[in-house]
Design a protein around this ligand. Structure first.
Ligand SMILES: Nc1nc2c(c(=O)[nH]1)N[C@H]1C(S)=C(S)[C@@H](COP(=O)(O)O)O[C@H]1N2
Ligand SMILES: [Mo]
Length: 420
């Protein structure tokens, strides 16, 4: 990444405020930094690694991809996509009752009756109901988020209501194009209540057609996917083609088969982005990272650097008793990256002030935040660096939900060698 395209350029104001905050005159700096010119050089070094940070939003093409299918639906040629309904002109969505556990609907949306929802119908709904919100897309089974985006779509409930449901409706399940092979179907499900009503001020579950202000690419599930704001990626089914309204009372997600916890909300956790593997004795160590801000928000990022001979406290499985120290959570970036058209956020994004287009709160839930720390210099030896989050309930990572199959959030460890 070149300097002009750097975090520093895009975060000039933020960076200035950050270094005023940790500047030599301020109290924390006294403990953070050695005296004099070397310290200033190290601040510049920290500034340089902050400058190298990833952009806040991820370009559609830079999202990591974990799509299934043989062939993977987005690998089809333009012509094939046209044939199988994976273009805006040919896309359609059926919203019907589950034959095995029927919900009573007056007017299902079906191919058969010619009432399936088409792209134009979706765009018409969008004119009135479109919502946009930030969300980090994370796979339940991968430690690192796949990408951070502003997702746009129509609340799914607008389409559910078109079917005029009457009764016996407890859940929905949904799936997308899967090469017309049942064994390739990737299905997820939700309680109907989550779709009809948004708990705790969460954004709605959407039928999504745009990411970062641009129509979804085939890789990201275009023309249309589902997006569930608070959930891990597997709930956000790509190439969406079918929504089924059901009286079934339990989840029937494909992901349940892989021993996954299919009811898990996004967790809060921290990880490093840049950290030196080897440093000279006595020289402060610049570290940067990101935090995923889960359902319970983010209050703090903390770090701990221990000599490898230091015994870990006993009876402390979750490392709560280590000498944790606060890192600085970086503020909102000046520009957002992610190839937004004209570099501008779309209008009326949830959680942003409509006039200034700046975030109303920071860090934002269900999103990312970046952090930085200048660690004090150390004598030669082998060390282990760790970082963790405290959520807004004051609960330290990996608690309150430490189990892998509901989303990865174990405390990251990085080895650092300090040389003479
Ligand atoms: N149709 C379909 N949708 C899918 C998947 C899939 O394999 N097929 N993978 C899911 C999983 S497990 C994740 S983590 C997310 C990833 O979304 P992304 O590719 O946009 O990053 O897509 C979800 N949607
Ligand atoms: Mo996933």
């Amino acid at each position: 990444m070149n300097q002009a395209d750097s975090w520093l350029a895009r975060h000039a104001e933020l960076t200035r405020r950050y270094f005023l905050k940790i500047g030599l005159a301020s109290a924390p700096a006294v403990t953070l930094l050695p005296q004099g010119v070397a310290a200033i050089e190290k601040v510049t070094e920290l500034e340089a690694v902050i400058a190298q940070l990833e952009s806040y939003l991820t370009k559609q093409d830079d999202f990591k991809d974990v799509s299934r299918g043989d062939p993977i639906p987005h690998s089809l040629s333009a012509e094939e996509r046209q044939q199988v309904g994976l273009t805006q002109e040919t896309w359609s969505l059926e919203v019907t009752s589950d034959p095995e556990h029927p919900a009573e609907l007056r007017t299902p949306l079906s191919q058969e009756s010619g009432t399936a929802l088409k792209w134009d119908g979706l765009m018409e709904l969008a004119q009135k109901h479109a919502v946009r919100f930030p969300k980090v897309m994370t796979c339940n089974n991968i430690g690192c988020p796949l990408g951070m985006g502003i997702w746009e779509g129509v609340p799914l409930r607008e389409v559910i209501w078109l079917t005029q449901p009457k009764k016996d409706l407890r859940r929905i399940y949904y799936y997308g194009f899967h090469n017309e092979k049942p064994e390739q179907m990737f299905r997820s499900s939700l309680p109907i209540g989550r779709v009809l009503e948004d708990p705790f001020g969460l954004p709605p579950v959407i039928i999504c057609y745009k990411l970062n202000g641009q129509f979804l690419t085939p890789q990201r599930g275009g023309p249309v996917r589902l997006v569930v704001p608070e959930a891990y990626g597997f709930k956000s089914v790509k190439w969406l083609s079918h929504v089924v309204l059901t009286n079934l009372y339990h989840a029937n997600d494909t992901y349940a088969g892989g021993n996954n916890d299919v009811d898990s909300w996004l967790k809060t956790f921290a990880a490093t982005l840049s950290i030196p593997k080897q440093v000279k004795a006595g020289e402060p160590i610049p570290v940067t990272g990101y935090a995923q801000v889960g359902i319970s928000g983010l209050a703090k990022v903390q770090t701990c650097l221990l000599h490898d001979d230091t015994p870990l406290p006993s009876q402390d499985r979750f490392l709560t008793k280590l000498p944790w120290e606060d890192a600085s959570i970086l503020g909102p970036p000046k520009t957002w990256g992610g190839e937004l058209p004209d570099g501008e956020l779309p209008d009326s994004v949830r959680g942003f002030d409509p006039a200034s287009k700046r975030p109303l709160h920071w860090p934002m839930r269900l999103s990312k935040a970046h952090w930085a720390k200048l660690l004090p210099g150390l004598p030669p030896g082998e060390y282990t660096f760790r970082c963790r989050t405290l959520d807004e309930n004051g609960i330290a990572q990996p608690l309150p939900r430490p189990f892998d199959k509901s989303g990865r959030n174990s405390i990251e460890r990085v080895s650092i060698e300090v040389i003479a």
